[in-house]
Ligand binder design. Structure first.
Ligand code: FES
Ligand code: FES
Length: 170
């Protein structure tokens, strides 16, 4: 990627949810705007735009990041995973199903960001504790659901992914 003058657009190439994509971005363009406006993946939500609410969380090379605190140019040559990539070919993934089953969302504005953070937590360790889930959740604001059903859903999803269906339905 070549340096560009202010206002000049640079081609940014990424792998978005497993698919190679590229689009132009100004040097100051936020990753959240790039994903939504240039790549058309509007499942990533933008709330506070200053790193507080967690709504814009995506995974950059597997690591959850605030897309509103990241420049599009910083993602050049890297892998971005967003909520659109969580579902499998058969429909919703285990996390999404658990959120539905445990009523872990109402308006759903915060949900994509929470799901991206929790997907990484479960990948890091398939048996997260309630404290670990709450620690990750502390980086996300939800204005309408309350956090207890979200914690319950994440623990159930982790259990389901381990094949522990009894716990998943608890
Ligand atoms: Fe990025 Fe709130 S929109 S943290
Ligand atoms: Fe509405 Fe979380 S479900 S903000």
């Amino acid at each position: 990627m070549k340096r560009s003058a202010a206002g000049e657009q640079t081609l940014v190439a990424v792998v978005l949810n497993g698919v190679r994509r590229s689009a132009r971005a100004e040097p100051r363009m936020l990753l959240s705007d790039f994903i939504r406006q240039r790549l058309g993946a509007t499942g990533t939500h933008v709330g506070c735009e200053h790193g507080v609410c967690g709504a814009c969380t995506v995974r950059l090379d597997g690591v959850p990041v605030r897309a509103c605190l990241t420049l599009a140019l910083q993602a050049d040559g890297r892998r971005i995973d967003t909520i659109e990539g969580l579902a499998g070919p058969g429909g919703m993934g285990a996390l999404q199903l658990a959120f539905r089953r445990h009523h872990a969302l109402q308006c759903g504005f915060c949900t994509p960001g929470i799901l991206m953070s929790m997907s990484e937590l479960i990948e890091r360790g398939p048996r997260p504790t309630e404290d670990e889930v709450r620690e990750v959740l502390a980086g996300h604001l939800c204005r309408c659901t309350g956090y207890t059903p979200i914690v319950r859903a994440v623990l159930a999803a982790a259990a389901a992914m381990r094949g522990d269906e009894e716990s998943a339905d608890a």
